[in-house]
Design a protein around this ligand. Structure first.
Ligand SMILES: [Zn+2]
Length: 587
């Protein structure tokens, strides 16, 4: 399937009328500014399916289906995006170039081009594995022996890179992907003397890595042979792939994580795969040694509760210890699960099943208990020196806990466990560690309440005709938005506006590939308009409220920090914070 240039997509959206297209499938009745019908995507007797001609979107208030004209055709006809777009292009008399040539590739943004090249590679590797041709039989056998089911292979888009030097190169070349793009994607490697390129991945099982928007950003590749020293090799960093910024599997399980309000973090591809295959969904893999701040912040969009489940070998333990501290610094609620007997999630689930696995997760220890247990193995708890070492390392973590009540509780518990006085521990902690002050911390999200409504209203206003986005952009920052659903959309609007693109609801939907966001947007646009008021007045009011909510939050956080500094008698810090506070009030 060819790659479709963005300007062609824009043309198709501009020239198709959603009410006309939908009318070909179902009878629409006019209702105010909208059109209504019984929803074609779920069974109903009273119509909750709405088409809005001004915004060129549809939304069903019954089942949440929504999107623009292309999404409608895709969903109704069960077509993929390029096919649906071609159908609409034909109706509108627009010619769609069949494959991307060098010229159109240049006009697309490089990122977009990299996603597309990766996507072609995903399908190439996946088709090879599923077909079982040219050596892929061995890969199939290998996966079978590791109990990986075909449906899992399909869900994770696993693939196989055949044992050849120019398999992928030839394929991508036939798809009109330039060599320079292939190189930028990291899929090929330049030969030493600058004489061409060869495939990076050969004779390996391929694990594509997707971002939360379902775009392939990179690859991991596992050897099946015991003789090869590098068990896994990975894509190098590219424009779309930064190591330690993503979590493997998150695109598939983010809804499950939201529903269960917890995420289990494991180390590797296979640790994710087996529990996931057996129906345990709130799980992601870190694919690195210790968790990074970026990974934690990514996960925090979905939950604040984490259960760490790393290998119980020395490397796993030390990675876990470092991760715990980062998690605490990011104010996450952390527990630690242990499988024991040198088992990893893959082998554990294969052996004991997913019910026992769930049990181990439910029995996860608190961070405190886990770390104390590890340290007790390391140092002699019966000697004074041993206790001093243990308390020093425990305090290192406790000092990072942001919640004062929790922190106090941990100190008390540690005092009891080690039979030392609380005062001694507090003194030690203050002497050695400067506990991070709350004011230096990024402001926490607020997921419900009036903030969301005003932010949504402003988002809606941004998509109104005749509203100048750039003028709003001057008055309000992305970080002023506290709503996690609204913020990325506003970000995209600002991006497009900066690139001088025309922004409207229907085009905007094109940039989001998760149904959740698309449905949120179509619902927002299809909902009844607020009473017609002067848009200028509305804009000023919304921005004022967003900014003042944000400032209130900052003030509250600062006040907490001032109290903490007062309690500690830290004069320097206190003055610094008070100065900050005064500035904030003035602004
Ligand atoms: Zn519906």
């Amino acid at each position: 399937m060819g790659l479709i240039p963005e300007d062609v997509i824009a043309q198709v959206l501009d020239r198709s009328d959603i009410t006309e297209v939908v009318s070909e499938y179902l009878p629409l009745k006019k209702a105010g500014r909208n059109f209504k019908a019984c929803c074609p995507f779920h069974h109903e007797k009273t119509p909750s399916f709405v088409v809005n001609r001004d915004k060129q979107i549809f939304h069903c208030f019954g089942c949440g289906a929504g999107g623009n004209v292309v999404s409608f055709v895709m969903q109704h006809e069960h077509m993929d995006f390029p096919t649906a777009l071609k159908v609409l292009a034909q109706k509108a008399g627009i010619e769609v170039p069949d494959a991307s040539d060098e010229r159109t590739q240049k006009t697309k943004s490089l990122k977009e081009a990299l996603f597309q090249a990766n996507d072609l590679a995903v399908n190439f590797f996946h088709d090879a594995l599923v077909s079982g041709e040219k050596g892929a039989k061995a890969a199939q056998d290998y996966l079978k022996q590791r109990r990986v089911k075909l449906e899992t292979v399909k869900a994770l888009k696993l693939g196989f890179a055949q044992d050849q030097w120019e398999g992928l190169i030839t394929h991508l070349r036939n798809k009109k992907v330039s060599l320079s793009l292939m190189e930028k994607s990291g899929l090929v490697v330049a030969k030493e003397k600058g004489e061409g390129f060869y495939d990076r991945f050969r004779d390996r099982i391929i694990f594509p890595i997707f971002d939360v928007r379902n775009r392939c950003i990179g690859f991991g590749a596992r050897t099946m042979s015991k003789d090869v020293s590098a068990k896994y090799i990975n894509s190098p960093e590219t424009l779309v792939y930064t190591k330690g910024h993503h979590l493997y599997g998150l695109h598939l399980v983010k809804n499950a994580i939201v529903q269960k309000d917890v995420a289990v973090i494991v180390e590797g591809y296979m640790d994710f795969l087996m529990p996931y295959q057996e129906g345990f969904e709130p799980i992601v893999a870190s694919l690195g040694t210790a968790l990074t701040t970026e990974q934690i912040r990514l996960l925090r969009r979905y939950t604040k509760n984490v259960v760490m489940l790393f290998d119980s070998d020395a490397a796993g333990e030390s990675a876990m210890m470092r991760s715990l501290d980062t998690l605490i610094e990011e104010d996450m609620n952390v527990k630690v699960a242990v499988l024991g007997d040198g088992q990893d999630p893959d082998s554990f689930v294969s052996k004991h099943g997913v019910v026992d696995f769930q049990k181990r997760i439910d029995e996860a220890q608190t961070l405190f208990d886990y770390k104390l247990r590890i340290l007790t193995k390391k140092y002699d708890r019966t000697s004074i020196e041993g206790r001093a070492r243990i308390s020093a390392e425990m305090l290192e973590t406790i000092a990072k806990v942001r919640n004062h009540i929790l922190k106090e509780g941990y100190v008390r518990k540690l005092a009891q466990e080690l039979s030392v006085s609380e005062q001694a521990l507090v003194l030690e902690m203050e002497k050695t560690f400067k506990a991070p002050v709350a004011a230096e911390v990024p402001i926490k999200k607020k997921t419900s309440g009036p903030v969301r409504i005003v932010e949504r209203n402003l988002l809606r206003l941004l998509l109104e005709e005749g509203v100048t986005i750039s003028s709003i952009q001057e008055e309000v920052k992305i970080s002023d938005f506290q709503d996690d659903q609204v913020r990325p959309i506003v970000e995209q609007i600002f991006d497009l506006s900066n690139e001088k693109e025309i922004v409207n609801a229907s085009k905007l939907i094109q940039y989001f590939h998760d149904q959740e966001t698309v449905s949120f947007l179509s619902e927002l646009m299809a909902s009844p308009q607020p009473v017609a008021e002067d848009k200028d007045v509305l804009r000023k009011d919304y921005i004022h409220r967003i900014k003042s909510d944000r400032q209130k939050l900052e003030r509250r956080t600062l006040r907490d920090a001032i109290e903490a500094a007062e309690a500690k008698g830290d004069e320097t810090k206190l003055n610094e914070l008070k100065e900050k506070f005064n500035q904030l009030i003035k602004s």
